[in-house]
Structures are given as C-alpha cells and as structure tokens.
Design a protein around this ligand. Structure first.
Ligand SMILES: Nc1ncnc2c1ncn2[C@@H]1O[C@H](COP(=O)(O)OP(=O)(O)OP(=O)(O)O)[C@@H](O)[C@H]1O
Ligand SMILES: O=P(O)(O)OC[C@H]1O[C@H](OP(=O)(O)OP(=O)(O)O)[C@H](O)[C@@H]1O
Ligand SMILES: [Mg+2]
Length: 287
C-alpha cells in the first residue's frame, strides 16, 4: 500500500509565510527549504508543502490539489465560503473595513447608497451591503486601494486595516468593520480518509503548540494563611501543585495560567502576600 502524504499550502511570500513555517516547526516538523523552491517535503512527517499565493489557495483547496492550507480568514470569506475552517492561529490579525475621506461627515451606512466604493473584496462587500439594503457601485482593484478616493476613482474604500496607518496616510477614516480576520487552517472538501488521519495527528500537534503559546507556567511562594484565597485566583490545569517550603508557614504553588489572566490577577496575588513569583514559557501543552 502506498504511503500517502498530506499536502499543505502556505503563502509563498508575504505576511503569512514566516509564522506559517514557524507553526510547522514548533509542531516538530522539519522541512528542507531550498531557496525559491515551490514544493518541499518534510523529513520526519508525511507532509508535502506547496508555496502558493494566498489569494489562489481557496481554488486549490476546492479542486483538491492541496488538502489543507494556512491562509487569511478574509481570503476564505471572500473566495471560499464552501471550505471548512478547522483552526484559528492567532497571527496576521486584521479587519476588512469600509473607510471614507476624513473630511466627509459620516452618519451611517445609508450615506454610501449610490456611491462608488473601491475594493479588492467584492464578494465580502456585496454580501455586507446586501444585508444592509445598500446599493453601491463597486470598483474592483487589486492593490493600493486606499489611494482611490484621492485620485477621484471612488467615494469610499473597503480594504484590510491593521494599525490604521495606511488609512491615516491617505487621509481616510474607518467607518465600518465588516470582518475580523486572522490566519486559519482550511481543509479541502475533497480530502481522503488516509490524509484526514494524518491531518488529525498534525492538528493535535498544532493545538498543543497554540495552547502553550497563550499559557505560562507560574511558581510563587504563598503564606499558608492566604493559601485558599491565592489558589482561588489560580485555577490551573486540574488544580495547582502545593508544596511546603522549608520555612514554616509558607508554601510553594506551581500552576499553569493564561497569560492575560496572569496580568489581571498579579496585583491581588501580591496583596495576598505572594512572593518570588516566577513566570516561565511552556513549549507544548496537551490538555
Ligand atoms: N496590515 C496587515 N496586518 C496584519 N495582517 C494583514 C495585513 N495585511 C494583510 N494581512 C493578512 O495577511 C494575509 C496576507 O497578506 P499579504 O499582503 O502578505 O498577501 P497578499 O498580497 O494579500 O496575497 P498573495 O499571497 O496572494 O500575494 C492577508 O490575506 C490578511 O489575512
Ligand atoms: O492598517 P495598516 O497597518 O496600515 O495595514 C493595512 C495595509 O496593509 C495591507 O497592505 P500590505 O502592506 O500588505 O501591502 P500589499 O497591498 O502590497 O499587500 C493592506 O492592504 C493595507 O493597505
Ligand atoms: Mg497585503
């Protein structure tokens, strides 16, 4: 029986490329990357990597040319509503928004009725406008969308916004957020059973990497008088580990905590007498 390989598409060059390779690497998969190679094979996992344009990936998934891909959710919404989204990766966060010139007074979406809107996201925009009962004249352009109002091509634009600096530089203001996006794992509707089994193994690895990225291992010393209160602030995976310190009346607490939660509770921990608080990264986390 031939041993099959799972085929993954990742962006050839651009904003998603580096983080996509990193998630594979952190999942224990090593890929021989020749320079300018469009296809590579993993050394220690049944995986073939194809380097493609982000915008072309939905079609490759639909045709079953690749089994899975890492791409922007915004591209999947625009071109691949029929394709399954299996994981969110938490990088390349951005939004698809409508923007108008700063000088224009904006009262609401009805202001765009009958107006010209430049965009690279016609399907997403059409669906949004339809839902709002607005009819507009769409100008589809592939790049430098933000320049359109300044050159008299459009009254508004619909494009990706992240820091907002491109809008700022072009004297535009964001008026509607249509979609929030991040890098996602997409799966071809044509994936076969053997490759699906490989995907399950890969997804298990990716999940343990993603869980670890948002969590920290913390150790601290706590006065026994406030032990219960401190433990209540620190839920842990099952429950925290508590060990006696050599000095009487004190314990050491070890636990895992979401990083955001850690910053929320740090002041309370200190007020309850916690000392010597150490925070360490976690490499993999299997829940
Ligand atoms: N300014 C940004 N900040 C954060 N994420 C972004 C930003 N711009 C784009 N993205 C996300 O990264 C993805 C890839 O963007 P990038 O500009 O690298 O590729 P592209 O030119 O849109 O696509 P292609 O690979 O087809 O040439 C986008 O689809 C989007 O999800
Ligand atoms: O809000 P900001 O942080 O300014 O980011 C938004 C800009 O980033 C993207 O362009 P990109 O730099 O990827 O150039 P591209 O059009 O060549 O893909 C996007 O198309 C916006 O123009
Ligand atoms: Mg871009």
């Amino acid at each position: 029986m031939s041993k099959q390989k799972l085929r993954i598409a990742i962006q050839k060059a651009g904003r998603l490329n580096e983080d996509s390779l990193k998630i594979l690497k952190d999942s224990g998969i090593s890929i021989d990357n020749g320079k300018d190679q469009l296809k590579a094979t993993a050394r220690n996992f049944p995986l073939e990597v194809l380097y493609l344009r982000n915008g072309d990936i939905p079609q490759y998934l639909r045709d079953g040319v690749v089994d899975i891909a890492i791409l922007g959710e915004n591209v999947l919404v625009e071109k691949g509503e029929d394709i399954i989204q299996a994981e969110k990766f938490g990088f390349s966060k951005c939004r698809v928004s409508l923007a108008v010139p700063k000088s224009v007074k904006y009262n609401g979406i009805q202001d765009l009725d009958g107006k010209r809107i430049a965009t690279s996201y016609p399907n997403t925009l059409n669906a949004f406008l339809k839902k709002k009962g607005i009819k507009a004249d769409l100008h589809i352009i592939n790049g430098s969308v933000e320049i359109a109002p300044n050159i008299g091509l459009a009254d508004a634009i619909c494009d990706i916004v992240s820091s907002g600096s491109t809008l700022f530089k072009n004297n535009l203001k964001e008026v509607e957020v249509m979609l929030k996006s991040e890098a996602v794992l997409a799966v071809s509707p044509l994936i076969n059973a053997e490759r699906k089994a490989i995907l399950e193994d890969l997804q298990f690895r990716m999940k343990s990497v993603l869980n670890a990225r948002t969590s920290k291992y913390i150790l601290l010393n706590a006065p026994n008088d406030n032990l219960e209160k401190i433990i209540n602030l620190l839920p842990g995976m099952r429950s925290p580990t508590v060990l006696p310190l050599y000095e009487e009346g004190w314990s050491s607490i070890h636990t895992v905590i979401n990083e955001e939660k850690f910053w929320e509770v740090i002041n309370e921990l200190k007020q309850l007498g916690a000392e010597g608080i150490l925070v360490a990264p976690i490499e993999k986390m299997v829940i």
